[in-house]
Design a protein around this ligand. Structure first.
Ligand code: DLL
Length: 435
């Protein structure tokens, strides 16, 4: 049995103490941005707030929100709170042109970020005896560098694989006896498929995986756990707020503990901006209270989520967020109905299908078309045609009952859908081309 926590005093700190710490850090951070970031000062002045108005957590709601548009307006250096000479790294999102976000880090920021990722690795059972294969992309994407830094802090042997080259991934995994795998859940599912096809499941020593960077369902978790013979843990984060490790799952696998000594979380009504009470679903908003180079206050993530402070049997006291079930900008509106890709994943995997699927939406003669392509397994491909037809009908019916609208379900041959090595492309919305 390894260590249970990476930083026990912080991770199990009584809630009133965490709140006091957050209050103190918030007050200091507000003063810091007011003094050092003209963009913030202007936003605060526009809202009629000054640092004197912010005396603690209870005043957080008085601060203006920050959105991706602000990041774009202030691009590239307009939100820096430290001189460039104190910054040592940038990371960036993989967003399409025009939506790129560049985040800055001092060495201290990177140290704290690494600690957050180390907490996640220890929560997944990691120790200095583990061999951690980091198969998130390295480079501008935060996944590789974040988990790499966390693994170093834990003292695990780190394999900086990056993503791609599945053959080599599996070779290193078996030869070096990797025990913890870090990558996107869609890539984990792909690796699981490849390991089983090669008959190597008995040859791998993996015990846990730390998967995030995209929405994934409980059904997907079971699929990966079964294919790789591991426990699959969720990890969440975003470039703007640091990267992976903003929150992470513990052995309970019931929501992700937010590292509250660094980030204050709120849930708001995305329409009105009103702060919602604990337990209600809305948009997740973060305030970074320890960041030096790029501190964002009340940053709107667009991730839809629920928070809970119910005590967790792992002993951690930090608030938990439920798996984000999609981003408000991921939500598809098809024939006037709101559809989240995760609902479709739940239906498909619940019906025993593979996690290889793609949703294609188009507009023909002013009507939305809605196709769900999903691969059948090799067993099904080798079996009777009638079974495939029956499955197709069953899926149409279950999707209709989940979503309220009808989808064309196309069952395609194994390997017909491109595999993803990073974030999976689940939705192709061709209507966007016409807007
Ligand atoms: O995806 C950071 C990360 C890397 C997280 C590795 C976990 C593991 P971005 O590329 O900036 O950063 O994308 C952030 O991805 O706002 C969510 O919409 C989504 N996301 C991240 N983690 C999860 C998760 C990284 N566990 C955006 N579940 C976020 C659902 C997630 N969505």
């Amino acid at each position: 049995m390894g260590k249970r926590y990476f930083q026990p005093e912080i991770e199990t700190m009584p809630v009133d103490k965490i709140k006091a710490l957050q209050s103190e850090r918030l007050v200091a951070q507000v003063k810091n941005v007011w003094d050092n970031v003209p963009y913030y000062r202007k936003k605060m002045e526009e809202k009629g707030v000054t640092p004197d108005d912010i005396k603690g957590l209870e005043d957080l709601h008085k601060l203006p929100f920050l959105t991706k548009d602000d990041l774009r307006d202030a691009y590239p250096y307009g939100l820096l709170a430290k001189p460039l000479k104190d910054c040592v790294r940038i990371q960036s999102t993989s967003g399409t042109t025009g939506r790129r976000v560049v985040a800055f880090y001092t060495q201290h920021d990177i140290d704290l970020w690494d600690e957050c990722c180390a907490r996640a690795i220890v929560a997944a059972g990691g120790t200095d005896e583990d061999v951690v294969q980091v198969s998130y992309g390295y480079g501008l994407f935060t996944g590789g560098p974040g988990l790499n830094g966390g693994s170093h802090k834990v003292g695990s042997l780190t394999i900086p694989m990056s993503s791609g080259n599945t053959e080599r991934q599996i070779q290193f995994m078996t030869d070096l006896g990797a025990t913890i795998l870090c990558c996107t859940p869609s890539y984990a599912a792909y690796l699981g498929e490849a390991v089983n096809e090669k008959g190597l499941k008995d040859k791998i020593k993996l015990k846990a995986g730390i998967f995030g960077a995209e929405a994934w369902t409980e059904e997907m978790r079971h699929d990966i756990e079964e294919k790789l013979g591991i426990k699959a843990y969720d990890i969440y984060g975003l470039t703007e707020i640091s990267g992976p490790g903003v929150s992470f799952e513990c052995e309970e696998q019931k929501g992700m503990h937010i590292n509250e000594d660094h980030f204050i979380a709120e849930i708001i009504n995305p329409e009105t901006g009103e702060v919602l009470p604990e337990g209600e679903k809305g948009e997740l908003v973060f305030t970074s209270i320890t960041k030096e180079a790029f501190p964002l206050l009340r940053y709107r993530t667009k991730d839809l989520c629920v928070l809970t402070r119910k005590p967790c049997s792992c002993g951690r006291t930090h608030i938990r967020m439920r798996k984000p079930m999609g981003r408000s900008d991921d939500m598809l509106i098809i024939r006037g109905v709101n559809v989240f890709p995760s609902q479709i994943e739940t239906v498909l995997l619940g019906a025993g299908m593979t996690p290889n699927y793609q949703i294609i939406v188009d507009r023909v003669n002013n009507n939305d078309t809605f196709d769900v392509n999903v691969e059948i397994s090799q067993d099904m491909a080798d079996g009777p045609r009638e079974a495939v037809d029956a499955k197709q009908k069953e899926l149409v019916a279950s999707l209709k009952s989940m979503l309220g609208i009808k989808a064309n379900v196309n069952l395609v041959e194994p390997k017909a859908i491109a595999r993803s090595e990073g974030k999976a492309v689940r939705v192709i919305d061709k209507r966007k081309l016409y807007d």
